[in-house]
Design a protein around this ligand. Sequence first.
Ligand code: MN
Length: 321
Amino acid sequence: MSNLDHNPTETTCAATPSTTPTTELIPGHEVALGGIRDTTTVHRTLPSRTRRMIGAFCFIDHYGPHPAHTHPMNVPPHPHTGLQTVSWLISGHVQHRDSTGRHQTFTNGELGLMTAGHGITHSENTTPDTPPTLHGFQLWIALPDHARNTTPHFEHHPHLPTDGTTTVILGTHNGTTSPATTHTPLLFLQIQLPPNTTHTIPLNPHHEHGALTATGNPTIDNTPLPPGPLLYLGTNRTTLTITTHDQPTTLLILGGEPFQEEIVMWWNLIARDHDEIVTARQAWENHDPRFGTVTGYTGKGTRLDAPPMPTTRLKPRGRTR
Ligand code: MN
């Protein structure tokens, strides 16, 4: 996934964690994935005007469900730094290629986790043989200072721990730990429930959490949560109760330790200050080996150009806007 706003504004990706349990509905907005015709749109709930991060999660896109043949994914080669991308499908499949030479197609129930570290290039697209419905999520995780310049790599986890209800995609939940590599204490769960059920899960009270509905119409802590908005849940919760109604429900829970570092997110790059962003942007525009090359991209469009830098210097800011 790529942030393809024509004039991306500086995003100081510092959280303002709530110190108490809360239920704050973040509506999100629709974003076209670039100017490419016949491609998909996404519903983006992070970053938002009111909240920048949940734990180290700093970007959430939800796409579909829609027919893959009319809303295919075509994201040409583009760079990332200082973050991990988390690809999680509800249905359909996505073909990933990156500058480490990795070529991997993944489908629902399989985690695609890309660690950009110091710099990587990747592309993402559906192919003509894709299943008929495309529905999924992409989240970005800010890497902490000690890991943000790590060697780029891609992990595919087709078999994640599950008890049939809860799948541990990232982190540790109720004594079960995902095999995926993370660099700050965080959590990403998928919970699948039948209709007319009440289900309570334990949560780490020192973490902040959020919830996203993929399918169904559940009530989370007395708040109805249809697909679309992000529900911010704050910290200091030891449990969370989920109630389903007339539909089977697939719910995602994300969270983590409130992120303490100030970071600047601009376009597809995360850094700590203006000069680091300028350096990374210039390296991309100069085809510098820092980002490598993707070969074999079969989707529409070609290597994305970086947008121009804003006319003012990007400044790391405090935790509040
Ligand atoms: Mn991307």
